[in-house]
Every structure is written in structure tokens, then in C-alpha cells.
Design a protein around this ligand. Sequence first.
Ligand code: ZN
Length: 343
Amino acid sequence: METMMIPDNDFLALTLKNPTALTPFEVAFSSGVGFIEETGILRLEPKQKSDINLVLSVGIHGNETGPIELVNQLVKAILEDRLVLNVRLLVIIGNPVSANIAERFCDVNLNRLFSGAWRNHEGIEVPRAQRLEQAVTSFFNESPKGSQRLHYDLHTAIRGSEYEKFVVYPFIGDAAYDKEQLAFLAASGIDAVLLSHQPTTTFSYYSSAVHGAHGFTVELGKVYPFGENDLSRFDSIKHTLTSLISDGFFQSDAVQLDNHPMKLFVVQDALLKDHEDYQLTISDDVKNFTEFEQGYELAHSSKSQYLVKATGDAIIFPNTNVPIGQRAGLVVRPITLNSLQLK
Ligand code: ZN
């Protein structure tokens, strides 16, 4: 493989200039070696042996530019020897074609295509999902035995949120939730954690379920176009990721989870669109985690009615613009840390 420079060490610019394909090449820097495996897929291997294998994916939705710029800064710092690489790192810019047209996706939502779900769809995202699965698979397959696997899939949202930064913790069945990861998320400025109730076809669930990684979908606030992001809003997670990358160290020791304000939620109900006339009774711009009183009629159709079961139950991801039979939102309920099984 040829060794070349990434022009200006700008992985993002290179990716956007070559949105559909890129011939693999090798990149040299002081603390390791990098491999452009395909457009938007950069694997960085440290000189020092490491027990941490970290996937950082951004731009799975093309218009979610803030995290893309954040991670591009980290890559640039590594390539320019301002940040020492001490973990195995796979950086993914998910959907450069849709990033170039400032759209969430082109043909189909890429974050619904993992764990083989791409087989049931058509469009430019389909081969991309397959390629990203391959990249993650070979990255984790090369991880040293007993080493730790991590995948943080970074997003921003169109909708506002009562908790600006929140993560979705994938469904883990009867397994225990990871204390160190929860503390790391708290140290990263995450305000709330939603514990998933079932398997799904997202990227982070794929890494969690198929590769045994600690994987999270991380929502970091609102969507802005390239160049208009106030990256200082990401200071906490930039700080924790920087020390993870350079020291292989989770900035979580300082966090007392027991009395930390980070909120935890479980899914209480999925709202199913059961008829063409299905409606939510809330305005289109209602924020994620908006709470309701017990008995409030949250949804109705000619076939059903949904009344809020307990005061404090909240809505997340409301969207009635889906086919009949699909999810129009989730009702979530706050829970306390000590009701969870932790390890
Ligand atoms: Zn997203």
C-alpha cells in the first residue's frame, strides 16, 4: 500500500471530495500508522500495544455536522503529532454523499440498516452499511484477546431536547449495565441515558450485539450546517475522548454516579401507528423528554387511544410520518440508578 499524506491532514475534506470511493493508502505519523481503507474509513494503529479498540463514527446521518467536525479535529491533531495515539482507533464518516447535499440520508436511513437489515432495502446507503459492517468486523477481529471494544456513534438531532446531550444504551438483555461506561458518559457531559428495551438495527446496537462492544448512540445537541457549529458545546466529550485516545484512560474516576445529575430512563411503551388517522396530540416541535401528567391523552386514532400511565412519563422520538404498523414514538419513564443491575 502506498504511503501518502492526507492533504492538510483534513480527513473530512478528503472524504467529502471523494464521497463514493477512495483507493486505500497508508498514512504515517509519530505515534502510529494510519490506513485509509475506503472513503470515510480511517484506521489508526498505535505504535504502543493497546488494550482499547475504539470505533468513533460520525455522519451516519449526513447533515449532523458538529460531531464530524469534532472528530476531524481529533484526527488532525493525531496526524500532526499534537495528540499521541495510544489506542486502536477506527474513525468513520458514515454517509459522505448525503453530507455533501446536507441531507440526513439519500435513499434510506443508514442507521436502520445494520445487523444485515441492509438486505431488505435498496439505495446508495445499502452497500455503505455493508461496507461499514465489514470495517468494524475486521477492526474488532484484529483486537488483542481480552482487550476492550468500544463504539461511540455520535449524532446531533433536529428536534430539541429537555436534556441536550443524551445517549441510547443498546438493549443488552439480562446483562448488567457497565458502571465505568456510565461514569464516562457522565464525565462526557451526557445529561440523560435511555436504556433500550429491544434489539434494533442501529450501528451502535450492531457493535454491541455482534462484537460485544460497549456501544452507544450519542446525541450531542442540535443540527447546524458545516462551519456553523459552536464546537465549545462539545468541550466535555472532546476532553474525555482526548484522554481516552492519548492515555487509554476513562475520565470517570471523578464522577460519583450515585449523586450525579445524569438522568436514566427506561422505555415504558412504544406508540404504534395503527391507522391512517393516527395522531399525536402534541405540537410538531415538542422537545424530546417532554413530560406529561397521568391520564393525558397522548395519541389517538379511530382504533385506539393512548393515555399517559404515570406522571413524569415522557415522549421521545415522536414521528407520525411513518408507515402503518411502525413506531410513532416512545414513552419513557425515569428510573433510579440503584434499580439497575450494574457491574
Ligand atoms: Zn443522527
